[in-house]
Design a binder for this molecule. Structure first.
Ligand code: GAR
Length: 197
């Protein structure tokens, strides 16, 4: 039955390690049989994104839609939505998708669009979160999974994880520590959602 299938579409821009963590967890925990949920497509706005090869190896439809070929943000988002909608998604997961989305796109997927952001929101929206946390003297940093609303990196928080900021930390060292926690909480947050769908 079409309606009982909870299709997940994941958008990436780069390495796709969060996407891979979700795909692996879905396989290991057999989300398809348990929740009727499966990752059906991975889409990147960067054709060279390494994550696309991983997705293909897993037998998942992997498609690139290069934003550079579009005259406006609206035109890109419209084509992206057309591509996504072919997969009839119950959930659209932004996993390191480094594009600001238009209000129309966000509205189209309202309630079924989520993002992971490498800070303890509402602190440090935007870019360079790790360096900014270090510069501010934060003793802890972390990661947030949240629902996407029209405003960037603002939206109901679904899950968070905290890591320490250690003396002498560089942004790269902190990012790596945070990323290990991203791989824990993003599959957990997606699982919690598909269980409820
Ligand atoms: C992750 O750290 C994610 O939190 C961040 O990009 C990285 C993608 O890594 N996202 C943002 O900064 C969104 N504003 P990945 O491609 O290996 O999953």
């Amino acid at each position: 039955m079409k309606n009982s299938v909870k299709n997940i579409v994941i958008l990436i821009s780069g390495g796709g390690s969060n996407m891979a963590a979700i795909v692996r967890t879905a396989q290991q925990e057999n989300w398809q049989q348990r929740y009727g949920a499966r990752v059906v497509a991975v889409v990147s706005n960067k054709p060279e994104a390494a994550g696309l090869a991983f997705a293909r190896e897993q037998g998942i439809a992997a498609e690139a839609l290069d934003h550079k070929g579009f005259a406006s943000r609206e035109a890109f988002d419209a084509e992206l939505a057309t591509l996504i909608d072919r997969h009839e998604p119950a959930l659209v997961v932004l996993a390191g998708f480094m594009r600001i989305l238009t209000p129309g796109f966000v509205e189209r997927y309202a309630g079924r669009l989520i993002n992971i952001h490498p800070s303890l929101l509402p602190a440090f929206t935007g870019l360079h979160t790790h360096q900014r946390a270090i510069d501010a003297g934060c003793k802890v940093a972390g990661v947030t999974v949240h629902q996407v609303t029209a405003e960037l990196d603002v939206g109901p928080i679904l899950d968070q994880a905290v890591v320490p900021v250690l003396p002498g930390d560089t942004a790269d060292a902190l990012a790596a520590r945070v990323l290990t926690q991203e791989h824990v909480i993003y599959p957990r947050a997606v699982r919690a959602l598909v269980q409820r769908l």
